[in-house]
Design a protein around this ligand. Structure first.
Ligand code: GLN
Length: 195
């Protein structure tokens, strides 16, 4: 059983926790640095990236999360969480973690209020995966070691950079746990080599 932390400062936290528990793993709501202790993986949820970034700084959590990353702990960012993980955010530089070798653009699908659902085919994960986009970012460009896992309308919406996985949409708002299972596969690999 893996212990997966879900950053719980703001946003869609309980949905991730429920999905993790559905798969039989241990989920921890991470509100402070102490909550990071012993996690085998960390999920950064959707919400408002500027708010979460400011709270990360205020709670002195930026460096501790970067230290976990240096130890190889897998991290998965969904929507605002992807923005927090990205090295670059197009046209702005709010507080964020900057761990994934890619650039994102915020609110890049339609108008601010837009949200929509589409079935995505993701070759390394499965077909007909429902992707819920809510004021979603997309990945504008990626570093040379980053694997592009899914695109929608020619925009990159799911990518993996070694121990980091980031997606534009919200897998936790559906009953489909295949993307989370993929992430837990990454976590289990980490546990095997490090624990
Ligand atoms: N638009 C939000 C941001 O820029 C992300 C939206 C979401 O997480 N659903 O942070």
């Amino acid at each position: 059983m893996a212990k997966i932390g879900v950053l719980a400062l703001q946003g869609a936290v309980k949905e991730h926790i429920q999905q993790i528990e559905t798969l039989g793993h241990d989920a921890v709501a991470v509100k402070t640095c102490d909550d990071l202790r012993g996690v085998d993986g960390l999920i950064l949820p959707g919400g408002e990236s500027t708010t979460i970034g400011k709270m990360l700084e205020r709670n002195d959590m930026v460096e501790p999360i970067k230290t976990l990353a240096q130890q190889g702990v897998p991290m998965f960012g969904t929507c605002a969480g992807l923005i927090l993980l990205a090295k670059n955010i197009k046209n702005s530089n709010p507080p964020h973690l900057g761990l994934m070798e890619l650039e994102v653009e915020r609110n890049s699908f339609g108008r601010q209020i837009d949200s929509f659902e589409v079935p995505l085919s993701i070759p390394s994960i499965g077909d007909e995966i429902t992707a819920v986009f809510i004021r979603a970012p997309h990945i504008v460009s990626v570093g040379e070691h980053v694997e592009i896992l899914a695109t929608y309308e020619e925009r990159i919406v799911l990518a993996r950079d070694g121990q980091f996985l980031g997606c534009s949409f919200h897998p936790e708002l559906t009953d489909d746990v295949r993307i989370l299972e993929y992430f837990i596969g990454m976590v289990n690999e980490f546990i095997k080599v490090s624990r």
